[in-house]
Write a protein that binds this ligand. Structure first.
Ligand SMILES: *[C@@H]1O[C@H](CO)[C@@H](O)[C@H](O)[C@H]1NC(C)=O
Ligand SMILES: *[C@@H]1O[C@H](CO)[C@@H](O)[C@H](O)[C@H]1NC(C)=O
Ligand SMILES: *[C@@H]1O[C@H](CO)[C@@H](O)[C@H](O)[C@H]1NC(C)=O
Ligand SMILES: *[C@@H]1O[C@H](CO)[C@@H](O)[C@H](O)[C@H]1NC(C)=O
Ligand SMILES: *[C@@H]1O[C@H](CO)[C@@H](O)[C@H](O)[C@H]1NC(C)=O
Ligand SMILES: *[C@@H]1O[C@H](CO)[C@@H](O)[C@H](O)[C@H]1NC(C)=O
Length: 507
């Protein structure tokens, strides 16, 4: 579903409890849950991995007969660099997030870059209900048909899938003593961190990149997400911030007349189908939010093809004196950087509902466990003021899925409150990377918890920038981050080998 479809639901349900405008748009689906007209089909990259399937149990936590059903779970393997079981060479596992696993594998070049040095086997496991890992015989329609069938889509089931698959794979490879390190970015990073806490006997460590495990309940402010976006643009130029901040009223005003709407349509090159002010606003917000998230220092094409430092490029367009006082022209040129960098789009179809990365399941997850309040906007926000409404969220979930979210479940199951006090005494071997330009960094772990639960915080960094393929143009800070991560993981592995040797002497 295209993100700019969302206001449709929101205006349906928010009209009842909230004045119009920004509250309509909640980036409630996860960061990477983005669609882009240019990335409609995934490039198939057959040189990076082999595709495999594993017969997985539908319900790990129940013994009623229906729970014994199975489904085919996809995973990708690259064994080119693996040192093999004889030397207990390590296994690096990517704990897949909410989408097609090929997309994540292709965007986690860091694992490929370091595999030769570690002689590591690379494994990327797809999250259930996404991509090709669909229960009910792979019948997506059936799996998504109702809450009864969707009920098996949860983070706890996904973690149990990963544990089951890893244990089975190690058996098959007779690599019982090979150490496993789990990797993940975004929701995948949350899963990696939680996996290490829940399955310490399966993984010796986790690299959790840009994983907002504290963006739950009231641990992190609901304003943090949009404050960071505001800061990203404001630090480029005060004018850029002011133009964007002032544009929402102008759009609302234009949208109130037929002539104004036509002007909006022309200014933003929108196709001749349905258009409303809400659509235009959420379409623009998408561009701003996701550009802030992926404000990478080199050209990239994760969510969309974009130049290096795209926030700077957007502000350049907005600050360009050529557009005089024409706010819409400024914003149109800024949005083009996100939506049309390669120039292939003839008009913007705000009704496009394609979902090339198959991220639709996040809506269900957000309606059950993943209640992450991010859409508050204070007076300084670059977006119109609003406060997060749990009741609005719950009402949407009731109407859509006939379920009530459980906003306290994640912290009950995995913790989060007083994380430093708790994990200092309990956990070990987790790296939390966060780039402070990433709006999700506000919900990340930003302080060192202990000697081996380490926060790497980089003020120039964006959403899991460390996991990207390295390039010659990478700035020094990024090379330093990766060096640190490699050094820490080497420490985990050599400590592990040391313990394996000591244990075998004891026997
Ligand atoms: C593993 O990845 C490398 C690129 O880093 C590629 O050259 C190789 O063909 C891949 N191996 C497999 C088995 O896909
Ligand atoms: C392990 O081997 C069995 C038997 O060939 C196979 O069915 C299973 O899928 C394999 N496990 C994995 C994780 O590939
Ligand atoms: C967060 O705090 C507000 C105000 O104190 C309270 O009304 C709300 O129930 C809290 N939400 C959660 C999920 O704890
Ligand atoms: C923008 O400038 C034009 C003349 O260049 C003027 O007619 C118009 O009123 C200005 N609009 C605003 C909103 O200031
Ligand atoms: C996309 O960019 C191309 C090349 O600059 C331009 O011709 C086209 O009009 C743009 N599309 C939209 C929808 O603005
Ligand atoms: C945490 O400690 C490591 C050294 O072990 C250091 O490199 C890193 O900068 C520290 N992180 C923070 C947020 O202070």
């Amino acid at each position: 579903m295209a993100p700019w479809m969302l206001p449709l639901f929101y205006s349906l349900l928010l009209l009842q409890y909230s004045p119009p405008s920004f509250a309509k748009f909640q980036p409630r689906y996860f960061p990477s849950s983005i669609n882009h007209p240019e990335s409609r089909s995934l490039p198939s990259n057959n040189n990076l991995y082999k595709t495999k399937y594993f017969t997985q149990i539908l319900d790990h936590f129940n013994y009623n007969p229906e729970s014994y059903q199975t489904f085919q779970q996809r995973y990708l393997v690259n064994d080119t660099f693996w040192g093999g079981p004889k030397i207990n060479a390590p296994i690096f596992v990517y704990t897949g997030n909410e989408g097609n696993i090929e997309w994540f594998a292709q965007n986690t070049g860091f694992m490929y870059d370091i595999a030769p040095e570690f002689k590591a086997l690379l494994v990327f496991i797809e999250h259930r209900y996404y991509g090709k890992s669909i229960p009910y015989g792979g019948d997506r329609e059936k799996a998504y048909k109702n809450s009864k069938n969707l009920g098996y889509l949860s983070s706890t089931q996904a973690l149990a899938d990963y544990a089951t698959l890893i244990v089975d794979l190690k058996n098959n490879l007779t690599a019982i003593d090979s150490p496993v390190i789990v990797f993940g970015g975004s929701y995948g990073g949350m899963l990696a961190a939680w996996f290490r806490l829940k399955y310490p006997h399966v993984a010796i460590g986790a690299l959790a990149s840009s994983s907002p495990i504290l963006q739950f309940e009231n641990i992190t402010s609901q304003y943090s997400f949009n404050n960071i976006i505001t800061q990203d643009f404001r630090s480029e130029s005060e004018n850029c911030y002011k133009v964007i901040k002032g544009s929402w009223d102008e759009i609302d005003e234009a949208a109130s007349t037929r002539r104004g709407l036509e002007r909006l349509r022309k200014s933003f090159h929108i196709c001749k189908n349905y258009i409303s002010g809400d659509y235009v606003e959420s379409w623009l917000m998408e561009a701003l939010i996701y550009t802030a998230m992926t404000d990478y220092p080199t050209p990239s094409s994760f969510l969309a093809p974009m130049p290096a430092y795209p926030v700077k490029q957007m502000c350049k367009a907005i600050d360009n004196p050529k557009f005089g006082n024409d706010t819409f022209a400024k914003l149109y040129h800024a949005a083009n950087i996100y939506y049309n960098y390669t120039g292939g789009i003839s008009c913007y179809d705000l009704l496009d509902d394609s979902d090339p990365h198959d991220l639709g399941g996040w809506q269900w997850q957000a309606c059950t466990e993943m209640v992450m309040p991010t859409n508050g906007n204070n007076k300084e926000s670059i977006f119109p003021g609003s406060t997060y409404s749990y009741s609005g969220h719950a009402q949407y979930c009731e109407e859509t899925y006939k379920v009530q979210p459980r906003p306290n479940w994640i912290t009950t199951e995995y913790g989060g409150h007083d994380i430093k006090r708790v994990l200092k005494r309990f956990g070990s071997n987790i790296i939390f990377f966060n780039g402070l330009r990433d709006p999700w960094s506000g919900g990340g772990v930003l302080v060192n918890i202990s000697e081996n639960i380490i926060a790497i915080v980089e003020k120039e960094g964006a959403h899991h920038v460390d996991l990207r393929f390295s390039t010659k143009e990478d700035p020094k800070w990024l090379r330093d981050v990766r060096k640190k991560e490699i050094g820490i993981m080497k420490g985990w592995i050599s400590e592990y080998y040391h313990h394996v040797t000591m244990d075998s002497h004891e026997h």
